[in-house]
Write a protein that binds this ligand. Structure first.
Ligand SMILES: C=C(NCc1c(COP(=O)(O)O)cnc(C)c1O)C(=O)O
Length: 381
């Protein structure tokens, strides 16, 4: 089955009891048992453990990422937390140096006293990355492209190293989506999504996802999912599943509009640097062409002036773009990472990785590109 069919049919079937073509929202917390410990349907006894609507979504997630098991969570960070619960004091984790602020905060504050040691490194420096590996290294965690600087990591090259060293390799595929990039096919062990973003696609749900190929790993993560309880409810599962059915069409338009916005920004006198993997000048453009089939709808840029005031002035002037956190919805959003999504990263660390006070991040939506360009033009005037 090709991807554009998988997003609609992958892992799906009509409802066995009613014949409903779309999975009903089973808004129930529990399921009847015929005798103690004997649920009427052996697959369902309590919705934290399993719910038919969430199962339909989890089957779709596995299908579109070419995995064997999908798991759906109440948020992207809940999915990330589920992975981290696999590790113990003395273990070490190597992560990309540019990450969503909430992920960095989880690694450095929530897990601060866990005894797990985190290293943050630009994964394009493979020698530096390899130098950090030791017998305690248990997980490598990357975003590619990264939020918000659009850095890339070569999934296949990293996977060669993690497989040889028997280290788990997780890729946060939120920005690319499986329409553009399939980390499991490239050698990763775990794919994570903030399904809040492109998978849901309509800024109307908070959700997370994990997809794996290895069945034993899937069982282990499922145990951690239901035993810690950050599972996705039936209505939210329905919303994400419905979003997935148009993922291919939406991401195609996000890419088209993203390219037009980049073209405009890259030629604007007030814009200093545009961060977009589709630009030939992007430092990781070759990796982008190697592992992505398109370059996405996320764009970041800085100002020639380098002034925070210019970024704030621009963000207060946009009209079609909405100033708000999040990304990946049908509507275009604009964000100031240093003051908003990445404010939880200490200023010195932000500066070290390049998140400057004049950095603006755009989630280019699927509106008419002419209107988006006109909006940027008037906000930059
Ligand atoms: C809310 C935002 N990011 C959430 C996010 C998360 C966390 O997902 P939540 O669904 O917000 O918990 C994980 N990974 C990436 C790459 C993300 O971008 C944002 O960047 O505006």
């Amino acid at each position: 089955m090709k991807f554009n069919t998988k997003v609609i049919h992958g892992g799906q079937h009509h409802d066995p009891s009613t014949g409903a073509v779309m999975p009903p929202v089973y808004q129930t917390s529990t399921f009847v048992q015929t005798s103690p410990g004997q649920p009427l349907n052996p697959d369902y006894e309590y919705s934290r453990a399993a719910n038919p609507t969430r199962s339909a979504l989890e089957n779709a997630l596995a299908s579109i990422e070419n995995g064997t098991r999908g798991l759906a969570f109440s948020s992207g960070l809940a999915a990330t937390d589920c992975v981290l619960r696999s590790f113990k004091s003395g273990d070490e984790i190597i992560a990309m140096d540019d990450l969503y602020g909430g992920t960095y905060r989880m690694f450095t504050r929530i897990y601060k006293d866990s005894g797990i040691k985190f290293h943050f490194v630009d994964m394009n420096d493979l020698e530096k990355f390899k130098s950090l590996i030791n017998e305690n290294t248990k997980l490598v965690w990357v975003e590619t492209p990264t939020n918000p600087l659009m850095k890339l990591a070569d999934i296949q090259e990293i996977a060669k190293i993690t497989k040889e060293k028997k280290i788990l390799f997780a890729v946060d595929n939120t920005f690319a989506t499986p329409y553009l990039q399939k980390p499991l096919d490239l050698g990763a062990d775990i794919v994570m999504h903030s399904a809040t973003k492109y998978l849901g696609g309509h800024s109307d749900v908070i959700a997370g996802a994990l997809i794996v190929k290895d069945e034993a790993l899937g069982e282990q993560l499922h145990f951690q999912q239901f035993a810690t309880g950050a599972t996705l409810g039936p209505m939210d599962s329905f919303l994400v599943l419905r979003g997935i059915k148009t993922l291919h069409l939406r991401v195609q338009r996000h890419c088209e509009n993203g390219g037009k916005v980049v073209e405009f920004l890259n030629n604007h006198p007030k814009v200093k640097t545009v961060y977009y993997p589709g630009l030939p000048s992007h430092p990781y453009h070759e990796i982008a062409k190697k592992q992505m089939s398109g370059f996405g709808g996320m764009v970041s840029f800085t100002f020639v002036s380098g002034k925070k005031e210019d970024a704030i002035d621009f963000l207060e002037k946009v009209k079609v773009f909405t100033l708000a956190e999040s990304l990946g919805g049908v509507e275009s959003l604009a964000n100031h990472p240093a003051l908003m999504t990445h404010a939880s990263i200490p200023e010195d660390k932000r500066k070290e990785i390049g998140i400057t006070d004049d950095l603006v991040r755009l989630s280019v939506g699927i509106e008419d590109a002419d209107d988006l360009i006109e909006d940027l033009k008037q906000a930059l005037a």
